[in-house]
Ligand binder design. Sequence first.
Ligand SMILES: Cc1cc2nc3c(=O)[nH]c(=O)nc-3n(C[C@H](O)[C@H](O)[C@H](O)COP(=O)(O)OP(=O)(O)OC[C@H]3O[C@@H](n4cnc5c(N)ncnc54)[C@H](O)[C@@H]3O)c2cc1C
Length: 271
Amino acid sequence: MKPVAFDYYRPENLADAVQVLQSSPQAKILAGGQSLIPMMNFRLMRPETLLDITGLTELDYVERTDRGLRIGALTRHQNLHMSKLVHEHFPVLAEAAGEIGHWAIRNRGTLGGSLTHADPASELPAAMVALHADIEIASSDGTRTVPAEEFFLGFLTTDLGPNELVTGIEVPVSDTSQFGFSEFARRPGDFALAGAFVELHGTDRGAVTWFGVSGGPERRETRFPQNRQEREAVFIDLTQTFDPLDEPEYKRRLAVTVAEDAYQNAAGRLD
Ligand SMILES: Cc1cc2nc3c(=O)[nH]c(=O)nc-3n(C[C@H](O)[C@H](O)[C@H](O)COP(=O)(O)OP(=O)(O)OC[C@H]3O[C@@H](n4cnc5c(N)ncnc54)[C@H](O)[C@@H]3O)c2cc1C
């Protein structure tokens, strides 16, 4: 299938992009195209205007700040996976980015596209919630920042307005937390059937953030008993607090398994 006809703009800088969004708020932003183009080809989306932001090199960066790391919206999944800074400060983010699709997808797909598309089975939205990231947004009204936990509103739905675009994220570095990650997919390259990030303060307090189990990232603060059976009982209770989109019993069992794996991964990083 081919998409319906559309107008095409390729701005040279962020100010131009914001200008186009102001005059055409119905315009669809094209970043990596790995979700948008298939939907247009299937005619599930019929945007009249495409705003191709791939020339905005100012949105392609990973940099250290006083608070943590800032990562531009046009950072490709593969660059997130390979970045030395990301490996050093947020190894779970590098690991999770490496699990997205195949090489070809990771070489094109971008952080901003993944966050805005908000597929419930995507790694990066859940990573941002787990890591307490802030999402940076620009429009003709200026800029604003939203905590990731407030940005994701449900299945393919975010807090982003029609004339806004995601410019990047900032992730705070924590001296007191360790993170772990795990996911389960049928085959390498498939979307995960379930995945989890675990945050540990010490060995017994923290949070689990699941993805692939319901309409969006699910973060739950909890205590982690030292005994594995008791810990799994805690995970079972937590899975009752979200509504799986399909196969609820299977999803809940997977959610417990990936949470335990992610816990072991985080515990292995404690001193
Ligand atoms: C075969 C296949 C397997 C995949 N497997 C996985 C997987 O395992 N895990 C996973 O997470 N993803 C997976 N993906 C999706 C992939 O990660 C996409 O790259 C991602 O979902 C969208 O990023 P993109 O840059 O390609 O965005 P695009 O497709 O260009 O855009 C997606 C949406 O975001 C909007 N948008 C893009 N950038 C911005 C921005 N900066 N500001 C505001 N709006 C913006 C677009 O308008 C559009 O609505 C897979 C895709 C394919 C085709």
